[in-house]
Design a binder for this molecule. Structure first.
Ligand code: NAD
Length: 497
């Protein structure tokens, strides 16, 4: 039965002012409506931003360890409800159960981790140049943060954004993807239920162009954190630049796995299978390009295609299923369009390539795991983010050529290399131009206690997750304090900046 969900504004669950709604549909079975969702307008955003603004000062003055304790309670509830939330993720977003449970686990880990950061929000005490003077830097919250998220990690990514923003003393207006509003609501309910004061966390559902843009443009929003596609992110970056707002974004990826001639081939095949086809290829870290040394190319290709053909498609709730649907009709058409483009460009389709409509998949957006070989580095299927179960395989003659091909794209999120050679792994680690590098593991599986984000057109601003050097830098600004207790004018002081 479809659930009727609401916005959260100033601690109250409310409909959109206009009373308009939209439906959240299961991508595995489009006859299943998961939720009826408020179709909000700028007037709803206005209320949410004002609630966040009104709550800011008191929340910022709440001791950070107390803020952390609320997050800790939320993490306890998330842990208790992990299975229920996992099933909701599988139904609403379509990822298979083990991955759906992993999505929730990431949110649990992040929420516990940020709870602890409440006791570590330190700056530095630095020696002054002058006698009887001290100098320190302190982290202060930024203010009202607008947070906009995609659908592919419907609970994990909201947790990556909301929990650090809150523990740092900011208040939040959150707009989740319209594809996964029920997952987002459940996460917000748990945070709210853990004891957040009214207005500290506000949730507004609705279309990106309406609700998202109204949030970004609002003069009382001090910072914007966005994860999603490049066209939207780049538009918002320009807007925030002109409005002088703090802005960070994490956007597209086209992540390579390099398989060297000395690779443990079975391990490499498994890594490429789960990196390429896990979450139906809809991870920002998905391994959509596999760059294989010519000496093992034939053996790798045979094993990889054989394994891809054995992947089971079906209901994400069925524990025996490996690959679920893609998210919606427009992604479904876009992916099939890229499969056509690949063939026209001269790549060879060796597996998959078609919609899959057997049995339980008849009413969903399923696409067969698809493999292209004879792919040239400059082909569109090797350069552009497809965000579906499509893997391009490229042949190279050396490690240096592999790294050059891996780097020759506009994105730089994640990369992996399979090799037994310690020197080759060191060179790859140094020269791959991505935010994350894996050695003898796939491009997926980031851990929340380390910074997450990409280079080039993937990331802008401080990284998400992690602590110092990551999310804490994203959601605080520095204040520097000098205190002169000499009781006299120190000449060197007034001669400086
Ligand atoms: P999207 O850009 O279509 O939407 C992302 C969010 O932005 C949604 O909430 C959407 O409603 C909102 N939005 C859309 N138009 C807007 C506008 N004009 N103003 C403000 N908000 C607007 O992306 P998507 O399809 O939800 O997600 C897939 C993309 O996300 C892929 O490109 C993927 O690589 C990327 N992604 C990146 C990371 C990362 O960390 N690098 C992680 C996950 C997903």
């Amino acid at each position: 039965m479809a659930e009727k969900i609401k916005n959260l504004i100033h601690g109250k669950w409310v409909e959109a002012e206009s009373k308009k709604t939209f439906k959240s549909i299961s991508p595995a079975d489009t006859s299943e409506v998961i939720g009826i969702v408020p179709q909000s307008e700028p007037e709803d955003v206005e209320k949410a931003v004002e609630a966040a603004r009104a709550a800011f000062r008191e929340w910022a003055l709440t001791p950070a360890p107390r803020r952390g304790e609320i997050l800790f309670r939320a993490a306890e509830t998330l842990t208790k409800k992990k299975r229920e939330l996992g099933e909701l993720v599988a139904r609403e977003m379509g990822k298979v159960m083990p991955e759906a449970m992993g999505d929730v686990q990431e949110a649990i880990d992040m929420t516990y981790y940020m709870a602890g950061e409440g006791r570590r929000l330190g700056g530095e005490t630095i020696p002054s140049e002058l006698p009887n003077k001290d100098a320190k830097s302190v982290r202060v919250p930024i203010g009202v943060i607008a947070q906009i998220t995609p659908w592919n990690f419907p609970i994990a990514i909201p947790s990556w954004k909301i929990t650090p923003a809150l523990v740092c003393g900011n208040t939040v207006v959150f707009k989740p993807s319209s594809e996964t509003p029920v997952c987002a609501t459940r996460f917000v309910e748990i945070l709210h239920g853990a004891g957040l004061p009214a207005g500290v966390l506000n949730l507004v559902h609705g279309a990106g162009g309406t609700v998202g843009e109204a949030m970004v443009k609002h003069s009382h929003v001090n910072a914007v954190s966005f994860t999603g596609s490049n066209p939207v992110g780049e538009k918002l970056a320009a807007l925030c630049g002109s409005l002088h707002k703090h802005f960070t974004m994490e956007t597209g990826g086209k992540n390579p796995i390099i398989v060297m001639d000395d690779a443990h081939l079975e391990l490499a095949v498994e890594g490429c299978i789960w990196g390429g086809f896990g979450t139906s290829g809809q991870r920002c870290t998905a391994a959509s390009r596999v760059i294989v040394h010519e000496a093992v190319f034939g053996d790798f290709l045979e094993a990889f295609v054989e394994r891809a053909k054995r992947l089971r498609l079906g209901s994400p709730l069925d524990e025996k299923v490996d690959v679920g649907p893609v998210i919606n009709e427009s992604q479904f058409k876009k992916i099939l369009g890229y499969i056509e483009i690949g063939q026209k460009e001269g790549a060879r389709l060796v597996c998959g390539g078609k919609p899959y409509r057997k049995g339980a998949c008849a009413r969903g957006y399923f696409i067969e795991p698809t493999v292209f070989t004879e792919v040239k580095p400059k082909m569109r299927i090797a350069q552009e983010e497809i965000f579906g179960p499509v893997v391009s395989i490229l042949k190279v003659r050396s490690l240096s050529e592999a790294i050059a091909v891996a780097n020759d794209i506009p994105f730089g999120l994640s990369a992996a290399v399979y090799t037994q050679d310690v020197n080759a792994s060191a060179i790859a680690e140094r020269d791959l131009d991505t935010g994350i590098v894996y050695i003898n593991a796939s491009t997926i599986g980031a851990e929340i206690q380390l910074p997450f984000g990409g280079t080039k057109r993937t990331g802008l601003g401080p990284r998400e997750a992690g602590g110092r050097g990551g999310a804490l830098d994203l959601y605080t600004k520095w204040k520097v304090v000098y205190r002169d207790f000499s009781g006299k004018l120190q000449r060197a002081q007034i001669d400086k900046e």
